[in-house]
Write a protein that binds this ligand. Structure first.
Ligand code: AMP
Length: 291
């Protein structure tokens, strides 16, 4: 069992303050629980950079739209605590919704242009919910380092912008995507997939892999790289929200991959919405070296 599970904001703050007073540094890993190896890799990365690591488990209602999966989002607090304990996380903050949004709460954080394209267009209010809860969590935990996954690439850029714009004294570490042995990006939502849909879900990483290989062979036209990835998912997806190549730091539209670029996919396999991405020139083709 982890050293402590804290449900109240003042308890979480006191634990982090105590770690700082005794000369430590605080690392932070925010999650929504139903943890997998991807989350644990983030926790290990935080552990390598800070003496005291706090993880949070909070299914944040303000980042879910009215027709999204808030009520059925997978939850497994006991299992999560055992996993976090096994990687040396020192404390877990697991607040209730009312603790994070008490009666009278009325402040929201809205990040600008970087939150608008891609998922921003398909999940209205999502990044406002994310930025708001992360600002609250940073204010409570006061970390010097926080680790986020590149799996949620746009979210990572939204957090980086939030940290710069609001002068949070936090170093944001971006962790590469952790994948299953067959290449599927790990996600708590993979639990929703039927056996048949689990196979279809590989179309995302296959499409990204094919595009990344063409990039490595010299293809630089953004539309062509998108076409290659889209071809893979459109055979099996129930619907496609986007398959888009964009500038990797701003998410501005591009026609050529000259500076850094990310190719990002969001689509539905069955009823499950999945996302995945590859950053050209940074990530190897994601299926390279897999059986
Ligand atoms: P979530 O619990 O899905 O909100 O994710 C919490 C954190 O874990 C976020 O920073 C995610 O980007 C990160 N994360 C989730 N899945 C993965 C993965 N497969 N690889 C790396 N990071 C991940």
């Amino acid at each position: 069992m982890v050293a402590s599970v804290l449900n109240r904001a003042d308890e979480a703050r006191a634990a982090c303050d105590a770690a700082c007073r005794s000369g430590g540094t605080v690392g932070f890993v925010p999650t929504m629980g139903a943890l997998h190896e991807g989350h644990l890799a983030l926790a290990r990365a935080a552990k390598a950079r800070a003496s005291f690591v706090m993880a949070s488990i909070f299914v944040n209602p303000t980042q879910f739209g009215p027709s999204e999966d808030l009520s059925r989002y997978p939850r497994d607090l006991e299992g999560d605590l055992a996993k976090l304990s096994s990687v040396g996380v020192d404390a877990v903050f697991a607040p209730t919704p009312i603790e994070m949004y008490p009666a009278g709460d009325q402040t929201r954080v809205r990040v600008g242009a970087v939150a608008e394209p891609l998922c921003g267009g398909f999940r209205p209010g999502h990044f406002e919910g994310v930025a708001t809860v992360v600002a609250k969590l940073f204010a409570i935990v006061g970390p010097s380092v926080a680790v986020f996954g590149r799996k949620d690439y746009q979210q990572l850029l939204v957090i980086r912008r939030l940290v710069r714009d609001l002068f949070f004294p936090v170093e944001v570490i971006a962790h590469p995507i952790v994948r299953e042995s067959d290449g599927l990006a790990m996600s708590s939502r993979n639990a929703y997939l039927s056996a048949e849909d689990r196979k279809k879900a590989l179309s995302l990483v296959r499409g990204l892999d094919a595009a990344a290989r063409r990039f490595a062979q010299g293809e630089r036209r953004a539309r062509e790289l998108e076409r290659i990835a889209r071809e893979s998912v459109e055979r099996v997806a129930t619907s496609i929200d986007y398959v888009e190549a964009r500038a990797d730091e701003t998410l501005e539209p591009i026609t050529e991959v000259s500076g850094g670029a990310v190719l990002a996919i969001a689509c539905r396999i069955g009823t499950t919405r999945l996302i995945d991405n590859v950053v050209f020139g940074v990530d190897a083709p994601p299926l390279a070296g897999r059986g």
